[in-house]
Design a protein around this ligand. Structure first.
Ligand code: CTP
Length: 411
């Protein structure tokens, strides 16, 4: 795993050196980021020597404290993308406050905002600072955001006081990392079939019918599922997106091709998440020559395509099948109808008329309607986060639907 270790300014900063060594012994590569205050306690050279990597310090200057350059100005994005886990040890009251409030005035605080990876923090500070309502409120905010907080130990502190505030032991920090990474790989052993993007239904060699789907939602699901340990097969309509790491991608163009691919691979899957915006109709005839313009009215006859989701879900057995519903009105009613008519276990419904939701955006506002009767309305969030919540619901359903009681009552 690629761990980015943020070291902030406290007496315990020296203990992070041992942490680097232990993380490397566990086979991780460690990129160290130091705040300005941390460098008052330990030199970057110590961490560079231990980690074998350049230590990142300022946001706008290179590590030697030289002139600002473009490479360093956008480095936080590159580091964010290659971070599998962000660990901050020791974490001062200051960095905790910055994370909680979204302040981005140094490299580490900016990285936190840019980074989608899980975050573990190990606070260390004076006992009064730790107990202060401001710090406790900030810690609560981070916990609510699923940041793993390794509580400080009780004991004698460098300031001469005793109480909670000492950096947790290396063992406790490592255990927290194990817990987080294990929870993150909760789809290990599953094969997830994902469909994404629009379909294109050709009228003639140059014209086709399509829709405004960008594929972003389905790709976010595929990426998140692969990161959580699943084998992912992605059947994709024409989109402008990169294939997520570790995902097998099958490109298709029409609803018919998508149906054949999805149906062909459905047998291998334990979970199917069909997020594609499949054309409901296609031209009856695909002309071999370009349609010429004329003065008369031109009518195009359309015929229905196969409802891929409904068709494959007929024979789903123990598989969990998830569909999406793009609605403009009566969202809950329509979504519940689709859940039943398509024999799905979960419908992710979004009101495409709402601000911040729908096609070709990076955010979405969805409600998850589950087979066991639960409705979960989520606030506006990035599609990457929606993908995680959909997978969380799939994991919950897996436990509910596959429980012995559920099998008997056929939920
Ligand atoms: N879907 C599918 N095959 C189709 C049409 C839709 O597999 N031919 C799937 C989509 O991938 C999505 C779900 O069905 O997961 C819902 O699609 P949506 O277009 O919202 O619903 P429809 O059933 O097409 O109903 P309508 O367009 O009338 O709302």
């Amino acid at each position: 795993m690629r761990i980015t270790l943020g070291v902030t300014g406290g007496v315990a900063a020296y203990k992070a050196a041992e942490l680097v060594r232990r993380l490397q012994q566990e086979g991780h590569s460690v990129q160290v980021v130091m705040t300005r205050a941390a460098r008052e306690f330990v030199t970057p050279l110590t961490f560079a020597a231990l980690s074998g990597q350049k230590v990142i310090t300022d946001l706008f200057a290179d590590s030697s404290g030289g002139e600002a350059n473009l490479e360093s100005a956008i480095e936080h994005i590159a580091v964010a993308q290659r971070t599998d886990l962000l660990l901050v040890a020791p974490a001062t009251a200051d960095i905790i406050a910055k994370f909680a409030r979204g302040v981005a005035d140094d490299f580490l605080a900016t990285l936190y905002l840019a980074c989608a990876a899980p975050v573990v923090i190990a606070p260390a500070m004076n006992v009064n600072m730790w107990n202060h309502a401001a710090t406790q409120e900030n810690v609560a905010v981070l916990r609510a955001r699923a940041v793993k907080v390794v509580d400080p130990d009780q004991g004698y502190l460098a300031c001469g006081m005793t109480g909670p505030g000492r950096l947790a032991s290396i063992e406790e920090i490592l255990a927290a990392i194990h817990e987080v990474t294990k929870a993150q790989r909760d789809l290990e052993g599953e094969t997830i079939l994902v469909s994404a993007g629009p379909t294109c239904e050709d009228l003639d060699p140059v014209r086709y019918l399509t829709n405004r789907s960008s594929g972003k939602m389905g790709y976010a699901v595929a990426e998140a599922a692969a990161k959580r340990g699943a084998k992912v097969i992605l059947v994709s309509g024409p989109v402008n997106l990169e294939t997520p790491a570790g995902v097998e991608r099958i490109d298709v163009r029409t609803a018919e091709e998508m149906y054949r691919s999805v149906a062909g691979r459905f047998g291998e899957a334990s979970i199917a998440i069909l997020a594609a915006a499949v054309a409901d109709y296609r031209p009856v005839e695909r002309r071999a020559e370009k349609i010429k313009k004329g003065d008369a009215l031109l009518a195009i006859s359309l015929e229905p395509t196969v409802d891929i989701l409904a068709e494959v879900a007929k024979h789903k057995g123990q598989k969990i099948v998830v569909g999406f519903a793009a609605e403009t009105d009566q969202v809950a009613e329509n979504a519940r109808k689709k859940l039943a008519s398509k024999n799905a276990d979960l419908i992710v419904a979004n009101d495409v008329a709402a601000e911040g939701a729908g096609f070709d955006r990076d955010t979405n506002i969805v409600t998850l309607f589950s087979r066991d009767g639960r409705d979960l309305a989520l606030p506006k969030m990035p599609k990457s986060e929606v993908a995680q919540r959909v997978l969380d619901e799939v994991v919950r359903l897996r436990a509910v639907l596959h429980s012995p009681a559920a099998r008997l009552s056929n939920v």
